[in-house]
Write a protein that binds this ligand. Structure first.
Ligand code: ATP
Length: 354
């Protein structure tokens, strides 16, 4: 691909104690986030948790009630959007339909006062970067959804913004294109070294694309961390549940371990003690044929076996009627059938007790 000339140096972003109310709704509630220069942070959370409001506040498109926004240490809280030097990619339909692809990008450059002599060269370079150099003369309706989003990305990057803002840019695309474009956005963001904020409600997408993920609920960040940390070390029930399915198993917890189904399970920091519920991911559960040594509390009956290609999902019911979901190797599908008597085994892996 074309060589990348340096864009504006990567910016540091700081959102401090942002608050925003819509009537009774707290869209942002003491929301704070720092993004390092060149870092991509994903905001992840259910619909209505305030992700878009956070992103739009940073862009200057939404007002905040209180708090401050700093870019490279400079307070931009009161600055209008067009003075913040940021560029945004929306979910869909953001290209001007009456302009060609090349004109869409050139127009954005004109708005940012890029000298005319430089515009054509940038249009060409950024279209090439997203693999659409042959499509400059087309109109939006002559492009697939994925291609339109590539153009929107090229247009956003071409203006050399300090910060790239992405608001569910992949949500309208089908699964395969979504994964391809996700990888491409990540590659370009890293190559250019631009600071970026990516909003999504898709767990896998957030974990795959970002340096750090902020899991949001009700206007604030519940947990912020690198993807592995968010996935493996959730700090509370909300985060654990939001990032993938979780089994809830009764336990007796001490400071560092819990007894779950008669097995010792190490506990994550912040876990409850005493009578508790331990959250165990399905991939930490194994299913074995039962034998004479299987204690009563781990004896279960297979209820369903679903072969899902890359892995197999087994639901088993314990003696007291409690169901456990196990995610096991794809080859395990042939080993078990509904009605089989089995033993439920938990991996020796840290879990959260609540
Ligand atoms: P989604 O994924 O559905 O877009 P979100 O996490 O991005 O959700 P926001 O769009 O930031 O959430 O909205 C946060 C809360 O603020 C929601 O309860 C929403 O209904 C409310 N809200 C947002 N914008 C407005 C508005 N202009 N007027 C009234 N309420 C609003």
């Amino acid at each position: 691909s074309a060589p990348l000339t340096a864009t504006a140096t990567a910016a540091a972003v700081e959102l401090r104690n942002l608050a925003r109310h819509y009537g009774e709704v707290r869209a942002l509630d003491n929301f704070s986030l720092q993004i390092e220069p060149g870092e991509m942070v994903a905001l992840l959370g259910p619909s209505g948790c305030g992700k878009t409001t956070a992103l739009r506040s940073l862009a200057g498109l939404d007002d905040i009630d209180s708090g401050s926004i700093l870019v490279d240490g400079r307070d931009v809280t009161g600055s209008p959007a067009n003075q913040r030097d940021m560029a945004m990619v929306f979910q869909a339909y953001s290209l001007f339909p009456h302009m060609t692809v090349a004109e869409n990008i050139a127009f954005a450059l004109e708005l940012r006062k890029v000298p005319k002599a430089e515009r054509a060269e940038r249009v060409e370079r950024y279209l090439e970067l997203v693999g659409l150099d042959a499509h400059g003369g087309r109109y939006a309706h002559q492009l697939s959804g994925g291609q339109q989003q590539r153009v929107a990305l090229a247009r956003a990057l071409a203006v050399h913004p300090k910060v790239l803002l992405l608001d569910e840019p992949l949500s309208a695309l089908d699964a395969k294109v979504r994964v391809q474009l996700r990888e491409e956005i990540r590659r370009l963001q890293q190559e250019i070294g631009i600071t970026a904020l990516f909003v999504t409600h898709d767990q896998e997408e957030a974990l795959a694309i970002a340096d750090r993920v902020g899991v949001m609920s009700a206007g604030r960040i519940e947990q912020l961390g690198v993807p592995q940390e968010i996935y493996n070390r959730p700090i509370n029930e909300f985060v654990a549940n939001f990032i993938g399915v979780t089994n809830r198993l009764p336990a007796t917890a001490s400071a560092e371990r819990a007894d779950v189904l008669g097995l010792p399970v190490p506990l994550l920091p912040g876990s409850a003690q005493g009578d508790a519920t331990v959250l165990v991911r399905p991939e930490r559960v194994r299913i074995e044929p039962e034998n004479e040594q299987t204690p009563a509390q781990r004896r279960a009956t297979v209820m369903s076996v679903s072969f899902l290609g890359a892995h197999t999902q087994i639901t088993a019911e314990l003696g007291d009627g409690m169901r456990v979901l196990a995610r096991v190797g794809a080859n395990q599908a042939a080993r078990f059938s509904p009605g089989d008597l089995v033993e439920v085994v938990l991996d020796d892996y840290p879990a959260l007790a609540i």
